[in-house]
Write a protein that binds this ligand. Structure first.
Ligand SMILES: [Zn+2]
Length: 373
């Protein structure tokens, strides 16, 4: 059981980076309807599958069974479906087939899950919004071995996924030499402006995209570092997909890790903007995967640098299995600089002054990282 929960968490954490969780459309309500952001699916093979539907508020829903083939369906009343939602999701393993979501009628969103399961092998329940944990209101459909965790425990599992590396005690933290001489001069620094090209990332209430902010901050940071004699490797310097046009999320993230790995960078910083359905949520967070003695160090200094420059709320430093920080070979951090979904932070980061402050914050963090502090 313990093992299956860990596997579950690994899968959940891998898939559930905030940028993916909180899809990129914040025109929240149409005449009182609740917005359904889309479907997230977590699977731990043949024993359990969880389907999560994020919505902008509490909903009324009805569960029913369709036959031939067997399907479990949920109608969400008084709701509209985000145009950016994936309409069909394939699920691997034998338990659940396709998951489809559609606007069934003008005020009903319907989700249909192909699942040949008896009544005691699935359940549907609703979880309330939890802004502190970056969680929107959501309907959860569980399939398979329900005894693996009961409802409240399942909720905790889901809440915990963003906050922690599930198998943190099992991660082997390698001790490496962080630098020979202190200072930024001659250090190879990989900067990854998040998203780009076909992937705008999150979009703020005034239409500012995450990808444009991350690029502006990244280019500004590059200048600052080069002025100090650092060698800067950028994963992108314009509005493009890094792997290839319309790249899949995994290929795109792998391409970014490859660039840093091939350049044998000393450190890797991925720049992102956070987003959440509740536009009041704000602040700065950094993430890392504790693979070396340098990962927590770079995450800490970058976070402190950003907060001191931008004056943002501290949303802390967290471990996670985000792809780019896990698959880079050098110490790495992913910075969620601020919330593009928060109108104030969106405006701040869009401005030249805000861009400079964010770049300066990361620059200060890197400068401290390559010091004896
Ligand atoms: Zn992002």
């Amino acid at each position: 059981m313990r093992k299956s929960i860990i596997l579950w968490l690994v899968l959940v954490c891998f898939i559930a980076s905030p940028a993916i969780v909180f899809a990129s459309d914040f025109s929240d309500r149409i005449s009182g309807l609740v917005k359904v952001q889309g479907v997230r699916v977590y699977s731990n093979g043949d024993s359990k599958v969880r389907v999560v539907l994020d919505s902008s508020g509490p909903v009324e829903y009805k569960t029913f069974v369709l036959s031939n083939p067997n399907r479990i369906a949920v109608d969400i009343k008084g709701a509209w479906l985000s145009p950016t939602a994936d309409k069909v999701t394939m699920v691997e393993g034998g338990l659940v087939g396709k998951v489809r979501i559609s606007q069934f009628d003008p005020t009903t969103v319907r989700v249909v899950v192909e699942a040949n399961v008896s009544k005691d092998r699935y359940k549907v329940f609703q979880l309330k919004e939890n802004p502190a944990a970056n969680k929107s209101n959501r309907i959860v459909m569980d399939f398979g071995d329900l005894a693996q965790d009961d409802t409240p425990k399942a909720a905790t599992v889901e809440e915990a996924t963003i906050a922690a590396v599930p198998d943190a005690d099992k991660v082997v933290t390698k001790t490496i030499k962080l630098f020979d001489t202190p200072g930024l001069k001659d250090k190879i620094i990989a900067i990854d402006p998040g998203h780009g090209g076909s992937d705008p990332g999150a979009v703020g209430p005034h239409g500012i995209t995450e990808k444009e902010i991350t690029l502006a901050v990244g280019l500004e940071l590059k200048k600052m570092l080069e002025n100090e004699g650092a060698k800067v490797i950028m994963t992108r310097i314009s509005d493009v997909d890094v792997a290839y046009a319309n790249a899949t999320a995994k290929d795109e993230l792998q391409a970014r890790a490859d660039i840093a790995n091939n350049a044998k960078a000393d450190v890797f910083v991925s720049i992102h903007m956070n987003a959440f359905v509740n536009t009041q949520v704000k602040g700065t967070a950094t993430y890392y995967y504790p693979k070396t003695n340098g990962d927590e160090r770079i995450a800490r200094f970058v976070r402190e640098g950003l907060i001191s420059q931008l004056g943002t709320d501290d949303r802390a430093m967290q471990t996670c299995n985000f792809y780019v920080v896990k698959h880079t070979t050098m110490p790495a951090t992913l910075a969620e600089v601020a919330f593009v979904s928060n109108p104030v932070e969106e405006q701040l980061l869009k401005s030249t002054e805000g861009t400079k402050k964010a770049a300066t914050g990361i620059f200060r963090g890197l400068d401290r990282y390559f010091s004896y502090e």
